[in-house]
Design a protein around this ligand. Sequence first.
Ligand code: SF4
Length: 428
Amino acid sequence: MVDFEGYFARISEAASDPGLQAAIKKAVNNYERKKEIWIGRLRNIPEMARELEERRRSSLANLADNVERAVEAMRYNGMNVFTAKTAGEAREIVYGLLGGEKLVMKVKSLTTEEIGLNEFLQGRGVEVWETDVGAVLLQLTRGKAAHPTGLCISTPKEKFAAEFSRMAGRALGSDPEELVAFIREFVKGKITKTRVAVSGANAITADTGSIYILTNEGNDRVVTSWPEKHVVVAGIEKVFPDREAADLYARVMPYYTTGGGFTQYVSVITGISSSSDIERMSVRPACGPGEIDVVLLDNGRSEMLADQDFKEALVCIKCGACLLNCPVWNLIAQEYGESVYMGGMGIPWTLFTAGIEKAATQAYSCLQCGKCSDVCPMRVDVRRMVQRAREMSAAVGLVPEKVKRVKESVLANGTPYSTVQREGGSRP
Ligand code: SF4
């Protein structure tokens, strides 16, 4: 049962919120301004994006082999590697890895959001804290991210102040510096009290078994270095064939996702911390965690890869450039879709990770203008996948009433634009 009416009522409400649109406009303008500055300095970014696209496409053609090599390399480096076919399996594996620990500190990860990890762990009595400033706000408000990397770019600072004041138990001003300082102190206070950190991964390399984590806030360093155990949850599409490809990704991604030229922190973790300073004897751990566990998640990705119509979606690097250029997202931001994967590009991802019932509303929100594909650094053909998702929704009867009525009217009365194909070829 899909509540199209309820969903469209929600997005209409968002589309009529001038505060939301003002915040989005500000964020998009900042993004475009930064891009203009950085394209002058990093002139070869489009060429690097082309190269990355080629590497993404060829590595996906050998994904199973790359995943196997990555698992072997990570194990060789002393990491424990687990594979999870479903979201439920991944959640159980992570819970088991906690070993009874009741406090977990996290670094923002879309993959853990996809599997609903926080809610699951909290349901089992585990205290879970995000550590990105925006992610903490979303945790407090049970909100949804507006963008894969700019989680709260549509949220005014007053909202942060109100929620963080409640969390602090004292009044905080809306000065961003004060608000960020509050989270910084909170994270530093908590991190010494836990034994387990959970993060995602931006990339994992098949040749060296290295885990890349990119952040601007530096919380990855604090969170993944201090606790005794670091648990990484990553989708299998994050596996890159080699360090060169992952380095290229780390150079290309910041420009398209924030408009900036670089990410403040790129952590590359290739094993358990160790010291050989005393008589050249290797001692593990040194300052970092003594255990690294990696959970590689499938959750529909293999099916996506095997589907000729949708394997294209795996090329996506989740930079979110398409969202910032999407006319629908520019009106409703985080309301565009019912899963963690928003917008046009999110439609195939929602379809394969959350099911057609969740994807149907999203598919019928898209205008199919194709602006997403025009700006995509990976040249992902989003529009074609959206059309396929609509066809699949229609095939199982998931079509909004209004669309059905338009179709009936066109079939009955014709269209001023062309002759209607009445049998077999008409699209809902
Ligand atoms: S579809 Fe392209 S622009 Fe959109 S998130 Fe993916 S890589 Fe970025």
